[in-house]
Ligand binder design. Sequence first.
Ligand code: C5P
Length: 407
Amino acid sequence: MKELAGKHIVLGLSGGVACYKSAELCRALIKEGATVQVVMTEAAAQFITPVTMQALSNRPVYGSQWDAREANNMPHINLSREADAILIAPCSADFVARLAQGRADELLSLLCLARPQERVPLLLAPAMNREMWAHPATQRNLAQVAQDGATVLAVGNGDQACGETGDGRMLEPAELLEEVIAFFTPKLLAGQKVLVTAGPTFESIDPVRGITNHSSGKMGFAIARAAREAGAEVTLVAGPVHLPTPRGVQRINVRSAQEMLAAAEPRAQQATVFIATAAVADWRPATQADQKIKKDGSGQTPVLGFVENPDILATVAQSPRARAGSLFCVGFAAESHDLLAHASAKRERKGVPLLVGNIGPATFGQDDNALLLVDATGHRELPRASKRTLARQLVAEIATRLPGRHA
Ligand code: C5P
């Protein structure tokens, strides 16, 4: 799935060391199906050559408003009218100031000013030294351009080319790509607060051993990402997995089922949607040894007793807000056979309006999956696809089921 297929992006570079990242960004945008028209300021061309950007974008680079290649001699009009979005990366402190003032004395600021605001969004990826970033003039200019309709992306924190450390680094190309994709995603969950549980739980036997399962967390992380892209405020309660946190998602790491419940239950009371994808261990050892249980050479094996873990989904689904319809709960069922029968029974037992079945052994750790949506009226299949695609389909499906929405 090419996520930016059909999109035409004007990638504007203003002056800054971060220009070297724009080469990678240009490639990443094109790899996702976008066409990219690069426009560079004179200062940007001090940091990276137009030749590099031309080769990567496969188009001549524009740098001057007096460019005679345009038949009508109006590159600012032609370039801005074609674009689905203008992305300035890096966006220097000086360039923010120019935008704030509506300057038009060089091509890039001119075409930002000349763009039809209602249909050509402007995204800015600031990049500058931490003192420049923190300066009231810069913050004032950023507030002004945001008020004028630009989308100001976050900055990173860390080592800077000047040797200092702090806020103001440009986001990495992969992060910017994620932001651009999110920007173009329809905001089906705008205003919603979504809580997702994901991954396995780990139930300790002693300080070095425990019981867990093969859940990779990939489906839940993909859902958290898709929900955030769809405009929701997303909290992800994650069991022990090594997946990167989707951008813009608040992540809370937990280990055991009890910890997961303690993290999820209060947050569910602030949420409007709860999606329980976690493969929570049904049982935990009745006691957890403080010290490692040692093999003593006698051949005797330890006897483990178990107690049942709390059912997080069932607990949340029974809460007054869920019962009143203010919190829409979605469960998952990983089965090995008879998916429809088991998923239907589980939906009723857990008391949730929507239960999503999948075949556990066929999905654990994989990048793709197939889902069976079961509700009170019947069932519908989402055929095998990437977890990313399925997550988006599921988010769209959930959006139609929220109070006040219609399919
Ligand atoms: O394990 P089971 O098949 O019952 O899981 C079905 C659903 O219930 C899943 O959505 C899972 O996240 C949730 N669950 C839970 N707490 C448990 C067991 C399952 O939230 N202790």
